[in-house]
Design a protein around this ligand. Structure first.
Ligand SMILES: Nc1ncnc2c1ncn2[C@@H]1O[C@H](COP(=O)(O)OP(=O)(O)OP(=O)(O)O)[C@@H](O)[C@H]1O
Ligand code: SF4
Ligand SMILES: [Mg+2]
Length: 330
């Protein structure tokens, strides 16, 4: 049994967005734990709050529209939400990193790949206390990082600008940046969704090997339960701003409990980047006025009276398996 402080612990996180029409009550008490060297998945249909969750961890939610209205986010026992703003860039350059869906948006168009990777490597080494490293050594390390992601001809790629690369190559650059030596936790937000299917598979396998070799923890966000089944040990299922079920990945496929998870599993292999609604009747609620009680009740065939009034807490089904559904209150 693992007893150490988790690497990341998101506790009862609430996030709202102020828009012209009013206030969107998006995250509604999100709880996620990631331990050292763990590979964890986060799955849910489009608009359920996956990106909002990781942007909260990185403290990059759009300001002033977004507001964290409750909760805590502990990184190695320290609450990121109470850290001084000047501490955050250091954390992101040091131990915490992220890969997003759109690599072009993550890379700086006016610097070459070599300049960007070199800069990140320098900061990362400073974080490790390494000083006096030469430009040549940095360049050689940057080329090594690219090579490890399966990038062909890394020395040449270092001299190019992001716009000169294909989507798959750009994402390999982002993976190289994200997997520098000091990184302990990688937040990967649908890192291959915009790439074609054959490249997706290659990149995800390479990412998985690298994470495994380095002992990095990963939170892998995906629409695809298939990807999460292959690449993670534990999984969180999210619906309309709440975690509705969590357990070991294998167990989720063998014994899903929550009605939403069961419906999601039925949609394989119909899952697409456009969401899952074709497999589940109805759609995700309007966050301006979300349903009272269980947010899934308007779409749930098992809904009872209590479901329309009270939000279900997480009920334990043993073995690290928790379902937030009144059917499991015991
Ligand atoms: N910048 C924003 N301004 C206003 N509302 C926003 C903003 N970003 C997110 N939201 C609201 O939060 C909800 C959740 O968005 P989020 O991007 O976290 O979903 P997601 O699960 O990552 O979806 P996808 O799978 O499509 O990436 C959206 O449906 C939207 O209502
Ligand atoms: S709490 Fe009720 S409405 Fe929600 S998933 Fe469970 S049975 Fe369905
Ligand atoms: Mg998203």
């Amino acid at each position: 049994m693992r007893t150490q402080v988790p690497l990341l612990e998101i506790k009862n996180l609430h996030v709202q967005f102020k828009v012209f029409e009013g206030v969107l009550k998006v995250l509604n008490g999100v709880n996620i734990v990631i331990r050292e060297k763990e590979k964890v998945g986060l799955v849910g249909e489009t608009g359920c709050g996956k990106t909002t969750t990781i942007k909260s961890v990185l403290r990059i939610l759009p300001s002033p529209q977004a507001k964290i209205t409750g909760g805590q986010i502990f990184y190695r026992g320290r609450d990121i939400l109470t850290m001084q703003p000047r501490e955050i860039p250091g954390l992101r350059r040091g131990e915490l990193s992220a890969i997003f869906q759109d690599p072009l948006a993550s890379l700086n168009p006016v610097f070459t790949v070599g300049q960007q990777l070199g800069d990140i490597l320098k900061h990362s080494m400073k974080h490790q206390g390494v000083k006096g490293i030469s430009k040549k050594e940095i360049r050689s390390k940057a080329a090594d990082l690219l090579r490890e992601t399966g990038m062909p001809d890394p020395e040449r790629i270092l001299k190019t600008y992001p716009v000169q690369l294909s989507g798959g190559m750009r994402q390999r650059v982002c993976i190289s940046e994200a997997l520098r030596a000091t990184v302990k936790l990688l937040l990967a937000d649908e890192p291959t969704t915009n790439l074609d299917v054959t490249i997706q598979d290659q990149i995800l396998r390479r990412l998985d090997d690298l994470v495994e070799e380095r002992g990095t923890s990963i939170l892998l966000i995906s629409h695809s339960l298939g990807i999460v089944r292959d690449l993670t040990e534990r999984v969180y299922i999210m619906y309309a701003g709440t975690i509705v079920e969590t357990t070991r990945t294998r167990r989720l496929f063998e014994n899903p409990l929550h009605p939403y998870t069961k419906a999601l599993l039925k949609t394989i292999p119909k899952l697409t980047g456009k969401g899952l609604s074709e497999g589940i009747r109805g759609r995700i609620p309007n966050y301006l006025n979300p349903p009272q009680g269980c947010r899934f009740h308007p779409r749930c065939d098992s809904a009872m009276n209590i479901c329309r009034k009270e939000n279900p807490p997480g009920f334990s089904a043993g073995n690290d398996h928790v379902a937030a559904c009144w059917l499991f209150r015991g």
